[in-house]
Structures are given as C-alpha cells and as structure tokens.
Design a protein around this ligand. Structure first.
Ligand code: G
Ligand code: G
Ligand code: MN
Ligand code: NA
Length: 254
C-alpha cells in the first residue's frame, strides 16, 4: 500500500520515465520504430519495472493518469527526435485494459498529438490479445475510434490469449506481435516453429504485418526472416534503452 501511495505522486514528482526498445525491419535490418516501456525512478527503492507497478496502477485506477502521461511523453520524445533531425521514428505505446475502457482515451490521444504536432501514423498502440477479447464488441468500437484518429494498432503477446479467428478478422489492427514464448527456444521446439509459420501466414492473409518479440539469438532472427516475418524485436538486437542511448540506432539508420 505504501507503493500505491507513492505511485499517486509519481507523475507530479516527475519520477516516471520511458525506455525504448528498437523494432527492426526484418528485410533491411534497419530501425523500423521503437517500443516505449515505462519505468519508475522511486526516490528510495531505485528503478522499478512496470511488471511491479502497472498492476497496482490498474487496480487503483491510477493507470488512467499515468497512461495519459505515458502517451504525452512518448509523443513529446517523438517530436524531439524529429526536431533534432533524427528522422521520423514510429513510437509504440502499451495500453492497459482500463485505458481502453476509459471514455477519455481518444481525447487524451488527440490532445497529445496536437500538443506535439505529431503525424498520427507515427504512433502505434499495443493492446494484448486478452484485453481485446475481454472487451469484445466494445473494444472493436473503441479501436475504430482510435483508428479514425490515424493512429495504428497492434495486438501484443499474440498467440497467448485465445482470439477466435472471427474476432481477429474484426479487430481493425495493423500488426500482430507474436508472443516471445513462441520465439524462445524455437529451434528446439518444432511445434513452436510450426505455430510461428502459421501465425505469419495468417497475419499476411488478413493483411496484417507480423512482428516477432523476444528475439534473443541470431539463429532465431535468421529463421524469422526466412519465414517472412516483417519486424524483429528482442535482446539480440537491443534491450530497452534510455532515450539518449537509442539515438545511436537512429543515427545509423540512414
Ligand atoms: O519492460 P518490461 O519487460 O519490464 O515490461 C513488463 C511488462 O510491462 C510488459 O508486459 C509491458 O507490456 C508492460 N508495460 C511496459 N510499459 C508499459 C506502459 O507504458 N503501459 C502499460 N500499460 N504497460 C506497460
Ligand atoms: O508484454 P510486452 O511485449 O509489452 O513486453 C515487453 C517486454 O519484453 C520489455 O519490457 C522487454 O524488457 C521484454 N523483452 C524484450 N525483448 C526481450 C527478449 O529478447 N527476451 C526477454 N526475455 N524479454 C524481452
Ligand atoms: Mn508490448
Ligand atoms: Na508482448
């Protein structure tokens, strides 16, 4: 409960920050974009990861305000990179179920895009498959409203949330991100290989791009490229990095 109390003041005290993990274009191996991942610089406990405080933020309802800060900060950073000549680097933002249900979400997004003069197509929201399934038709209506702003959408942790194929077709999403549990040890697990191959085929059949998460070995990257996966992300390429450190990727991108 002390942590929840501290979290209540974290935004106002400027204790939250975003790290960014590169997403790599599988065909060219150049930077395709970055995924923002929140961290909390706690005054006495040090750096706390999202797995520890996002659940508290969700249960307490603080996630709406924290999520609005995350959206604004990702947009601010995108605009700063653009202004510094580092190019237009698409930024993806993770969204909680509570945020998707919040009626203020589209206003929050619209406000941040306007404040930082962002081309909406440069922002991508990641929602887990289970968040989408739990919200059913209401989720589809909300996704359509987000898409109308010009923002792109991805299904995160794909393959773990039992999407019915019917829903998958109806979700207006641009990308499927294959959950990293399928990628880990893929070479040693033929059933994972078959599933990855099938997900890439399914995604492409539906006109969606397919991203592999948790790519941690060269051999995995090679197989995923052979399978026609569109983007690769994982420790093999880079861990999530502070904004300044990810700029090296942007300078090298050409
Ligand atoms: O960065 P890390 O591996 O610790 O992230 C752990 C989990 O926290 C991931 O599932 C990720 O989706 C989630 N997470 C990271 N950043 C955010 C964020 O900005 N918003 C939300 N809602 N979840 C996040
Ligand atoms: O659930 P989500 O996809 O948002 O989770 C993103 C988290 O996954 C990031 O916080 C990041 O630290 C973690 N991650 C990214 N790449 C790898 C990887 O190659 N291996 C492992 N174990 N975790 C990764
Ligand atoms: Mn994600
Ligand atoms: Na994921």
């Amino acid at each position: 409960l002390q942590l929840e109390n501290d979290l209540r003041h974290a935004v106002a005290r400027g204790e939250l920050l975003l790290h960014y993990q590169p997403r790599i274009d599988a065909a060219t191996l150049t930077l395709a974009g970055v995924e923002s991942l929140v961290r909390w610089q706690h005054p006495t406990r040090g750096l706390i990861g999202p797995a520890e405080f996002i659940p508290i933020a969700e249960e307490s309802g603080l996630i709406v305000d924290i999520g609005a800060w995350i959206i604004d900060e990702a947009c601010r950073q995108h605009a700063q990179w653009r202004e510094r000549g580092l190019g237009m680097v698409p930024v993806s933002i993770n969204l909680s179920a509570v945020q998707l249900r919040d009626n203020g979400l589209c206003d929050t997004l619209r406000g941040a895009l306007k404040r930082h003069a962002i081309d909406a197509a440069q922002i991508e929201l990641e929602l887990t498959e289970s968040v989408l399934m739990d919200n059913g038709d209401a989720a589809i209506a909300r996704l359509n409203a987000i898409k109308a702003l010009g923002v792109s959408l991805s299904i995160d942790d794909f393959g773990t949330g039992y999407s019915s194929l019917n829903y998958l077709y109806r979700f207006p999403v641009d990308k499927l991100k294959i959950d990293r549990s399928f990628i880990q040890n893929m070479a040693a697990a033929p059933q994972n290989l078959a599933l990855i191959h099938a997900i890439i085929g399914l995604g492409h059949t539906l006109g969606r791009q397919v991203v592999a998460e948790g790519v941690s070995q060269e051999s995995e990257a090679r197989m995923l490229r052979e399978y026609g996966c569109d983007e690769l992300q994982g420790f093999h390429f880079s861990r999530p990095l502070p904004a300044q450190e990810v700029e090296g990727w942007m300078r090298d991108r050409c």
